[in-house]
Design a protein around this ligand. Sequence first.
Ligand SMILES: Cc1cc2nc3c(=O)[nH]c(=O)nc-3n(C[C@H](O)[C@H](O)[C@H](O)COP(=O)(O)O)c2cc1C
Length: 186
Amino acid sequence: MIKVAIVIGSTRPGRKAEVVARWVHGIAARRTDADFELVDLQAFDLPLLDEPMPPMMGQYSKPHTRAWSAKVASFDAYVFVTPEYNHGTSGALKNAIDYLYREWNNKAAGFVAYGSAGGVRAVEQLRLVMGELMVADVRAQLALSLFTDFENFTTFKPAPNHEKAVSTMLDQVIAWGGALKTLRSA
Ligand SMILES: Cc1cc2nc3c(=O)[nH]c(=O)nc-3n(C[C@H](O)[C@H](O)[C@H](O)COP(=O)(O)O)c2cc1C
């Protein structure tokens, strides 16, 4: 079975990313075709990239980089739960992605975003980043609205139709994650 990380892509105090990621994980955990784990960027406490060597070299000098590398390397696929900050993803998520290189290569990813326009601009930006990292990003994505999926812009109350969208996105992530695992082991 492949292992899928559900990455909590905000470290902001009071972040919405955590409740959204836990909801995704709750839906995912009912499946039997992959293992799912929540990965919280906050737990890795990464400073702004502070490695002297380019990540592509894989020569890490800091304990926080080695811990993050080991965690990311242990998965076959990722679901990035991302807010939209100024029409992009969060600085925290982009920084965490930039820390590594080979750990991401030839794996699959899907996106769950939220924002006033469903976070779609953050996801479009992330798709460009995925290309450079050789991550296969699936078509299906979640676009949660701050207006209709959060009561008073605060309490997460996702519209019922989103659950089906999570399942479709996970179907695609698991299919591509499994295919690429074969490629990596060949
Ligand atoms: C620095 C900053 C920039 C933001 N820019 C946007 C934006 O461009 N588009 C949008 O829809 N929401 C924007 N928002 C609103 C966020 O989507 C909203 O605050 C969301 O809860 C942030 O995710 P988080 O709570 O998980 O950190 C912005 C919020 C912050 C803090």
